[in-house]
Ligand binder design. Structure first.
Ligand SMILES: [Zn+2]
Length: 277
């Protein structure tokens, strides 16, 4: 793929480097942080010059005083003293400020480029668009953008207690969290809330209140948070999805997700709503 002159110039600048290797991130061993510096300070990248892409900036991340470059090494392994690979989740949960705005976006971009190498309409090879997050097919002019999958995430309270569930996938971690599920095609966010909650734990809710949203890069979700009031029904866990669900007193909470996630923030907000009553 041709690299534009402008990008070659940028590569001579000080930049932040988000390097993916086998689905993990390459960080400096001593500080566990992403490298910030010049290309020549990362000797292991010298043979990947053609695979370096600038992350199209978001307005919000304009406060970064350097460009962000993304390098996807695919299944290549980095074995360089002073460097190590850590998981995306590990870095996100380290609660560094840049985590969600940069790393999450870089991962979604990498995932997008990996899965859109060919046109979905005519099958020709696509080319990356430099000025926005897109790939373009020069044969049929079809342009593709990264997929964003909306997902509702809901905390439910009955004025005194909060309903939390342990997903089958989080069984080992013994962690209870809010309920969440993907919005289906043609469905509103509110309809998705009612459907998901009823499917997963068999209860009805009312008085939905929008809380907040958070991009969640595993691999391209947008979590949309709501707080809902219990309206009726007995807890009945959905097979193969929910291992256990219970009403908890706010002073006897189980192991819950950290505050860096919207689930942790939703639980904290609901607990404060209950305790203010
Ligand atoms: Zn095409």
């Amino acid at each position: 793929m041709m690299i534009r002159q402008e990008e070659v110039m940028l590569k001579a600048q000080r930049a932040m480097w988000v390097v993916f290797s086998r689905g993990k991130l390459v960080v400096q061993e001593a500080s566990q942080t992403l490298p910030i510096g010049h290309l020549e300070e990362l000797p292991f990248l010298s043979s990947y010059a053609d695979n370096i892409h600038q992350l199209p900036p978001l307005n919000e991340s304009a406060h970064l005083s350097y460009p962000v470059f993304v390098v996807d090494l695919g299944s290549e392994h980095i074995d360089e003293p002073g460097w190590e690979r850590i998981s995306l989740r590990q870095l996100l949960f380290s609660a560094q400020d840049i985590a969600f705005s940069v790393i999450g976006r870089a991962w979604q971009y990498t995932h997008f480029l990996r899965t859109h190498q060919y046109c979905g309409q005519c099958g020709a090879k696509t080319e990356r668009v430099d000025w926005e997050m897109a790939v373009h097919c020069h044969r049929c002019q079809h342009r593709s953008y990264p997929r964003v999958s909306p997902c509702v995430i809901v905390s439910i309270h009955n004025n005194e207690q909060i309903l939390l569930a342990k997903g089958v996938r989080h069984k080992e971690a013994d962690m209870y969290s809010t309920l969440a599920g993907f919005v289906e095609s043609g469905e509103s966010l509110e309809e998705a809330v009612h459907r998901e909650i009823f499917e997963e734990v068999g209860v009805k809710v009312k008085n939905l209140q929008y809380f907040n949203s958070q991009p969640w890069p595993f691999p391209h979700s947008l979590m949309v948070g709501f707080i809902a009031e219990y309206a009726g029904g007995e807890i009945r866990c959905q097979e193969n999805e929910i291992d256990d669900a219970q009403w908890f007193n706010i002073d006897e909470l189980p192991n819950i997700p950290p505050r860096v996630s919207i689930a942790g923030q939703l639980i904290a907000k609901t607990v404060s709503l209950i305790s203010d009553k």
